[in-house]
Design a protein around this ligand. Sequence first.
Ligand code: NAP
Length: 260
Amino acid sequence: MSGVWRVLLLGGTAEARGVAAELAGDPGVEVTTSLAGRVAHPRLPDGAVRIGGFGGAAGLARWLREHRIDALIDATHPFARTMSFNAAEASAAAGVPLVALRRPGWSAGPGDRWIPVDSTAGAAALLAAPEKCTLPPDGRVFLTTGRTGLAAFAGLAAPRFLVRCVDPPRPPLPPRMHVLLDRGPFTVGGEAGLMRRHRIDALVTKDSGGAATSAKLVAARELGLPVIVVRRPPAPDGVPVVADPAGAVSWLATLRGQSG
Ligand code: NAP
């Protein structure tokens, strides 16, 4: 291979913006970041951006061929399961090398009171039986699983929810909730203050990993609160995984070296 390398970067995360920033100064690489278009005012990366779905794995494979993409980097959020499987299928179909950038998950430390569940539905089932998570019958729960997961909690008349998300949520929604529009990074002091002000009894979070939103876990530990943690969904087999933007950049450098 000679000339410029065309890279498609599946984004929507701080890590994807990190990769785009690191590759921006490389004249031998042309990066296009792809965003799903879920957020009204996304944080934009360096370089070219396209927005919207591809039309499944077949649509993505077509896009890769039509744009003569040389390498695909899946830097989507660890809970963007469909897109990661589509990337694996499209990579195989179009013969385009793929790497997955998956930030490590969080792990519980001393003093943490974590209750792992497999899904947001599992978290809702637990909240429907408050004694199982030592929640008072009419407790207050800080829900940070994002606005698209709120439907799972819509059937719960109790507890009362403090919901934090980037854009206003759409129905179906829990009947008793207060919405806070905000996005990370957050600080431990800020999170602890928020939980105290709203008299929060428990936190619900996905195991997103990363530093931008981990302060709530430290705050919950300091306040002695239980945390319901939604485990990550399965990821496709056989795709090489790196843990940070530097890993993705070095994977690309190796690939370019091998072809060169
Ligand atoms: P998903 O369930 O895995 O994907 C659903 C569909 O959305 C895909 O089939 C694809 O449509 C489209 N899509 C997803 N990511 C895309 C991307 N980067 N570029 C173009 N199309 C994309 O995804 P999701 O969980 O809704 O997440 C959507 C986006 O938000 C992702 O880019 C992710 O990185 C970001 N995000 C997600 C979360 C989360 O908790 N899930 C949190 C923060 C950020 P087609 O089949 O039509 O191609």
